[in-house]
Ligand binder design. Structure first.
Ligand code: ATP
Ligand code: MG
Length: 335
């Protein structure tokens, strides 16, 4: 019996290094394992929970993200790549699950809490930006997971409280309606939280601190030149601590074969930050070039991307319909 994998990504912007090293690089490995049945959701409904006033951004990013995912090697023959809004059964499940969780519990969810804080910092006023749909998005995520009988959920560390929330909803459902739904388990990558260019704990699309896989050479150069380094290093030949430097952090991330030298020279004050940044820019471009090339192909073959999404969504919907039928039977609302 195959194990069901479900994961998702919000179409709020392009794929960045945080996703790639924190999550999607792992997805590309998992798709080759014949023991898994893999559903990958482009979570446009979830994206609307905090981008409700900018729906065209979400719409455009559905195709943008699909192209990014295909460019890093996602194989639509191995993964059901689908669009959340095209599966109405997920919305239906969300309504039923919304009775199984309290508002207090949702407000206590650490991920929701952090995101509300970020909104406050951005908008100043929580009341204007935190909608009913936003506070409830962990409930719709539980619907995403269970619609496809998700057992293993490959995610970054920020998602762990949401998986826990889903497990609670599943237990509550099963205790009322019988043992139907499976409790999912998270699957973390070896680098579950990638830091942002500004040195903050998480690189994120909504945080303005990301390096995108589709960034041009000029954009990469500008971003890396502005990256945070050891603040105690003033002059070129001051010794510094690479372990608090974002430039060294990214040298590590993309596995610069010259890493030891970078570290030693930095510690001894034998390497200036400008030289170090230039080396990173070159290595980053070498890393991104094959991805950029594949992306160009899909940009010129949009109809292929549309077909992949249509077929992936059709096959995913068939599974969600089966789940919905069982849920209605268990709830005895199959009149
Ligand atoms: P948004 O800011 O709109 O929430 P995001 O950058 O957090 O966007 P998501 O689409 O919410 O991206 O996340 C998709 C997946 O990528 C999730 O599994 C998430 O945990 C993972 N991910 C995103 N950013 C990082 C990061 N900096 N480090 C590790 N994993 C990450
Ligand atoms: Mg996120």
């Amino acid at each position: 019996m195959k194990k069901n994998i479900l994961t998702g990504i919000r179409p709020t912007g392009n794929l960045h290094l945080g996703h790639y090293f924190g999550a999607s690089r792992n997805w590309i490995k998992l798709q080759d394992n014949p023991e898994y049945d893999f559903h990958l959701e482009i979570a446009d409904v979830q994206a609307l929970t905090d981008h409700f006033d900018d729906p065209s951004k979400v719409r455009e990013n559905v195709y943008e993200l699909a192209m990014d995912l295909l460019s890093i090697g996602l194989d639509p023959k191995k993964v059901h790549l689908f669009i959340q809004s095209q599966i109405p059964e997920i919305a239906e499940l969300t309504v039923f699950y919304s009775n199984l969780v309290t508002m207090a519990r949702l407000y206590r969810n650490p991920t929701v809490k952090t995101e509300i804080k970020q909104k406050k910092a951005l908008f100043g006023n929580e009341g204007e930006s935190v909608t009913y749909g936003f506070v409830g998005y962990p409930v719709s995520q539980a619907a995403d997971i269970t619609a496809f009988n998700g057992e293993l959920i490959p995610v970054g560390e920020d998602q762990l409280p949401l998986i826990e929330q889903c497990r609670e909803i599943v237990r509550k459902f099963n205790s009322i309606y019988g043992d139907l739904l499976k409790e999912p388990e998270p699957l973390l990558s070896s680098t579950p939280r990638i830091k942002g260019l500004d040195g903050s704990e998480k690189m994120g699309k909504s945080l303005g601190n990301a390096i995108y896989l589709k960034d041009s050479e000029e954009e990469i150069s500008k971003k890396i030149m502005n990256a945070i380094t050891d603040p105690n290093k003033i002059k070129k030949d001051d010794p510094a601590n690479p372990h608090i430097c974002m430039v060294y952090y990214y040298h590590q991330l993309i596995q610069n074969p010259n890493l030891e030298t970078v570290c030693e020279e930095c510690k001894k004050g034998h390497r200036g930050c400008v030289q170090c940044k230039k080396e990173l820019i070159q290595k980053m471009n070498e890393f991104l070039d094959p991805i950029r090339e594949k992306r160009k192909y899909y940009e010129n073959h949009q109809e292929e991307v549309e077909k992949i999404l249509k077929e992936g969504t059709e096959s995913a919907r068939a599974t969600a319909k089966e789940t919905m039928k069982k849920v209605r039977e268990a709830m005895k609302i199959n009149y």
